[in-house]
Design a protein around this ligand. Structure first.
Ligand code: HSE
Length: 297
């Protein structure tokens, strides 16, 4: 049996929900093919130009399958072909897609032996290999779909939220921002004043999503803790954000740990206008960029 998967990109943090909120989108997505093999070997093939390691111990999908194989004491192995379209290092959940896709695919091949949270548990080993941190804010929406809240990782407590009918525009400028670096520069402490402001934003955002209150979502997409520091690593961040808001975006900010930036809009025309705006801002300073227009998946 061979299965084919489309594994979605994800936007982690959703501005104010650092390490706890995330959403799956339709574009870009990775393609994965998985099959069970008679021998216990795990074979990974990358049919993409990114030069990712194919040794299962060094490959994000490979490590997840090894952990599943070990846990279930399987005598069979897996053969996996990955065609990655979500660029590694984009901040659009590229490593999460490989990890979640591997867990999701293995679960189908093994006739639904794993729960969603078990798939997330195994996929988090892939995130750990990629960035050194076992965060679940990209993995959870990749497995559940839509928007998820990671209430805690130990124990794993995932709350799937509603899916508001919004458009997502994302731009990926071709500059390198490593997740490890963009975590390193963050302050280890926050003032009580900022924390209270951030709690208000997160609670407002979750309430807005659950009530489908679009203006409330818009006024809650503010981050007083992470964005002021991380945005320094992203060229033209302030210009893109302010001009997108002037063009009618509901709100937005850094996607995951960057360098991608995302904006939410109610109308497709607004999302398209913002896409053109983002592209032209980067074209003007000779930075190559990729722009995606999508919906919440
Ligand atoms: N929540 C993580 C971060 C996502 O912002 O560092 C990394 O993809």
């Amino acid at each position: 049996k061979k299965i084919k998967l489309k594994v979605p990109a994800t936007v982690a943090n959703l501005v104010c929900g650092f390490d706890i909120l995330g959403m799956a989108i339709y574009e870009p997505y990775d393609e994965m093919e998985l099959a069970l093999t008679d021998s216990p070997e795990i074979i990974i093939r990358h049919e993409d130009p990114f030069g990712l390691p194919e040794d299962p111990l060094k490959n994000v999908a490979g490590i997840v399958l090894l952990k599943i194989q070990e846990h279930l004491q399987l005598s069979t192995g897996f053969e996996v072909t990955i065609r990655k379209h979500i660029k590694p290092g984009s901040g659009l959940g590229s490593s999460a897609a490989s990890a979640a896709g591997a867990a999701f695919g293995a679960n189908i091949l093994l006739e639904n032996i794993l729960s969603k949270n078990e798939m997330i548990h195994f996929a988090m080993f892939g995130e750990e290999l990629a960035s050194g941190v076992r965060h679940a804010d990209n993995i959870a929406p990749c497995i559940y779909g839509g928007i998820t809240l990671v209430k805690s990782t130990v124990p794993l407590d995932i709350i799937p939220l509603n899916t508001p009918d919004l458009f997502v525009t994302a731009v990926h400028p071709q500059v390198e921002v490593k997740t490890s670096d963009s975590r390193q520069i963050l302050k280890k402490t926050v003032s009580l004043k900022s924390a209270v402001e951030q709690w208000g934003n997160i609670a407002g955002l979750v309430a807005g999503i659950q009530k489908n209150d679009i203006p409330l979502i818009g006024r809650s997409l503010n981050d007083v803790i992470i964005e002021p520091i991380r945005s320094i690593l992203i060229p033209q961040f302030d210009e893109i954000k302010s001009k997108s808001l002037q063009s009618g975006a509901l709100g937005g900010g850094i996607s995951g740990s960057g360098p991608s930036i995302f904006m939410l809009s109610e109308k497709k025309e607004t999302a398209e206008k913002i896409a053109r705006l983002m592209k032209s801002i980067y074209d003007n300073i000779d930075i190559e960029s990729y722009v995606y227009i999508s919906k919440i998946n």
